[in-house]
Design a protein around this ligand. Structure first.
Ligand code: 3H9
Length: 706
């Protein structure tokens, strides 16, 4: 047989003396069972056909192969396994060549490493990102990569999960050649012909010698183990990757493969893998808001930013980095100069870290303009307002935008909590008004809440999602309410932390318990970093509307009254000596807390770390359930994406709603009912949580497409 039907996800055909094998499994040629079967069949066909002197494997569409099919994880295995496929390719008696374009990631790169010769064209992305999914390269990657490029480079590739381009791959020895053009098929065919002319023999990566220098390998492994133990706190797969590379150094190939398989299966079965794959899929699902299906985005070729403070400047940088021309508006020349300086400071920081050249900065700034007149925004396709959080100030800005902007311009506000419906209602074109809530620093933080007011038109929502993609942000659709998704939930779980503090836990113990859960920082460290004065201002603003019966812990106010705003004042919940960023517990803070407990009539008692985490998480999840119940978030996954990308929630726990499912909703509801006995106003079980428990369902049952 010389060819397969074109509908199969892998088809092969004889091209002269070559068997050309094409993997065509949209969207990314993932290695599902039919692809694995097709690849083995293709190699068997090559062996059986005397006319085929070599095999060339390419990918159809935009990528070579993006890896194992993550949708198969956690399901019963289907034969052949990917390691078997790679071994079959490597064992082929005829030279197997791969020609790579786009992604060759995970199992995709492992297929390439099992082949005998590798070519890549411009734009190729090679990597072993399994670690980001809680896994390790499990199809021979941990054994072949170090044999091919050495232990140090292999460890760096596998532990970082980073993609490298074709030039880096060539330098590293991961590929043998770079194509002259980006026509991957033509380049692959030419390379294969050249190899045949040169009588190139079969060359198996398992026999490669980059690990011959045992001492260098041992040193790299020891360094990686020490570094990983420090950096990959809580994660399962990184240390297993180091173990596998050690096996590659010390054991024969086949035995190393057995070590890899055992470790891979441990990772595959772990809740971390399930959480990280959920995180990956949820991020993609969150991008598919209903309006992205029902409406076409408006074209965005230029942008305006109103306000040159930290937020406005960060947004301007994000827009500039996406290649857009940006006009910044400020009220006077001095403010404009400060705004521009903020933008430049970001780029200068990158230059100092050698992540940007002066030339590249100049090119970006050539697209940046500033003005003190709103008229400069007449041609902008989108304008993002990032001025002071005050309704009257924002409404005045929008009145100006209404006056100067062209019809169809998208008018966005970066407010964190104000009523966007009210902002929209104040102008003649409410259908163009939307919320784009960036998180600070706006050019770095991935999360973008797309806040959808009642009267906005669907194509404006679609435009916001399209813009998020251009800005490489992770967008989440949110409804209008105080704090939208993220900050609304934050207010509640921070309040729970304050209650714990007043009831007897120290802020230091709370921070430690929350860090041990996997957050990079505890709530009081975050307050110290952001500045206690910000929350203080909000609390004062809300004082008049606060329910007088609701519990209100005054400890943070006592610190602010002393001017202890955190890192910037060298004191907050912690003391920061000599400009150090790591704070030390402060006995004076303990004394203030004691005094406040007394004032509030609270008899303090001890909490275990586990009790702290249970209350903290119960508050977060219960409010998350309310946010879904009120349709502020479309699904639990939207909340998970928000908390993981904007609030430090550990991705390996999959976000609060995924975490809730792992804890079990009945246990969670029982906790909340218990806490309710002490404070019925704060601990009201969410109707959605109650409903799910009654139906015996989990949050994940609500994660359907919208
Ligand atoms: C592995 O290989 C384990 C092995 O070592 C051992 C096995 C024994 N499977 O990201 P996009 C879907 S672990 C299934 O928006 P882009 C994705 O969900 C794997 N589906 O596109 C989305 O679906 P939908 C190691 C996948 O152009 C659609 O493709 N590999 C997979 O921005 C488009 O995705 C990785 O970790 C998959 N592996 O980026 C690579 N990958 O349209 C993971 C994607 O329904 N993938 N989909 O929403 C990526 O990094 C990016 O998708 C890629 C394209 C760079 C390839």
């Amino acid at each position: 047989m010389t060819s397969t039907p074109a509908a199969a996800p892998v088809f092969h055909e004889l091209r002269g003396n070559l068997l050309l094998v094409t993997v065509d499994n949209p969207p990314v040629n993932a290695l599902g069972v039919e692809v694995r079967r097709g690849l083995v069949a293709a190699i068997e066909a090559a062996e059986a056909n005397a006319a085929a002197r070599a095999v060339l494997i390419v990918g159809a569409g935009r990528n070579f192969i993006a890896g194992a099919d993550i949708r198969e994880f956690g399901k019963p295995p289907q034969m052949p396994t990917l390691p078997d496929v790679c071994n079959r390719i490597e064992a082929c008696s005829k030279p197997v060549i791969v020609a790579i374009h786009g992604a060759a990631l995970g199992g995709g790169l492992e297929i390439a490493l099992a082949a005998h010769y590798r070519l890549a064209v411009a734009g190729a992305k090679l990597g072993l990102p399994e670690v980001l999914l809680g896994l390790l390269p499990g199809a021979g990657g941990t054994q072949r990569t170090p044999r091919l490029i050495g232990a140090e480079a292999a460890l760096s590739l596998m532990l970082s999960g980073k993609h490298i381009g074709e030039q880096g791959a060539l330098k590293m020895g991961l590929v043998d050649r770079i194509g002259q053009s980006d026509d991957v098929l033509a380049e692959g065919l030419a390379y294969a012909q050249q190899l045949l002319v040169e009588h190139a023999s079969v060359r198996r990566t398992r026999d490669a010698q980059a690990l011959a220098d045992k001492d260098a390998g041992t040193a790299a492994i020891a360094a990686a183990r020490a570094d990983t133990a420090k950096k990959s706190r809580g994660l399962l797969s990184p240390l297993k990757i180091v173990d596998c590379v050690e096996a590659a150094l010390t054991l024969p190939f086949e035995e190393g493969l057995r070590v890899e398989r055992a470790r891979f299966l441990e990772c595959l079965d772990s809740p971390q893998r399930a959480a990280l794959v959920h995180a990956f899929q949820a991020e993609r699902e969150a991008q598919k808001a209903p309006e992205t299906r029902s409406a076409q985005p408006r074209p965005i070729a230029s942008a305006g930013v109103v306000g040159g403070g930290t937020m406005g400047a960060g947004i301007a940088v994000a827009l500039l980095d996406a290649g857009l021309p940006v006009t910044m508006i400020e009220r006077d020349d001095a403010s404009l100069a400060r705004g521009r300086a903020h933008v430049e400071k970001v780029y200068d920081g990158l230059i100092a870290k050698r992540r940007l050249t002066e030339d590249a900065k100049a090119k970006k700034l050539a697209r940046f303009a500033g003005s003190t007149s709103y008229d400069a925004l007449a041609d902008a396709d989108v304008v993002i307002e990032a001025v002071f959080e005050d309704m009257a100030v924002k409404q005045a800005v929008f009145a100006e935008l209404d006056r100067v902007c062209k019809p169809g311009a998208v008018l966005a506000t970066n407010t964190s909590y104000l009523d966007i419906d009210a902002i929209a209602a104040g102008i003649a074109r409410p259908q163009d008004v939307i919320g784009l809530h960036f998180f600070s620093p706006a050019h770095i933080m991935k999360l973008l809440e797309v806040v959808v007011p009642a009267r906005v038109s669907a194509d404006v929502v679609a435009t916001a999602f399209d813009l998020a993609k251009k800005l490489r942000k992770v967008p989440v659709r949110a409804g209008v309410c105080d704090g939208f998704i993220g900050n609304r939930m934050l207010a509640v779980y921070r309040a729970a932390a304050d209650h714990l503090m007043e009831d007897g836990a120290s802020p230091y113990q709370i921070d430690k318990a929350v860090r041990e859960l996997g957050f990079p920082m505890g709530p009081y460290q975050v307050i110290d970093l952001a500045g206690g004065d910000i929350g203080w201002a909000t609390r004062k603003r809300r004082a008049a509307t606060r329910d007088p019966n609701a519990r209100y812990v005054q400890i943070p106010d006592r610190l602010c009254e002393r001017g202890w705003f955190g890192q910037k004042t060298a004191r907050g919940f912690y003391r920061y000596e000599d400009g150090q960023r790591a704070g030390k517990p402060d006995p004076e803070v303990d004394a203030i807390i004691d005094a406040e407990r007394e004032r509030a009539g609270v008899t303090p008692h001890a909490f275990t770390d586990e009790q702290i985490v249970r209350r903290y998480m119960a508050a977060m999840i219960n409010e998350g359930a309310n946010v879904i119940h009120e349709r502020i978030a479309l699904r639990p996954l939207d909340i998970d994406v928000t908390l993981m990308n904007g609030f430090g929630f550990p991705a390996w726990r999959g976000g609060p709603m995924h975490y809730a499912d792992t804890v079990g909703l009945p246990a969670l509801l029982a906790d909340i009912r218990e806490f309710e006995k002490q404070d019925p106003l704060f601990w009201k079980p969410s109707p959605l949580l109650v409903e799910l428990v009654e139906r015996g369902e989990s949050f994940s049952s609500l994660n359907r497409a919208v």
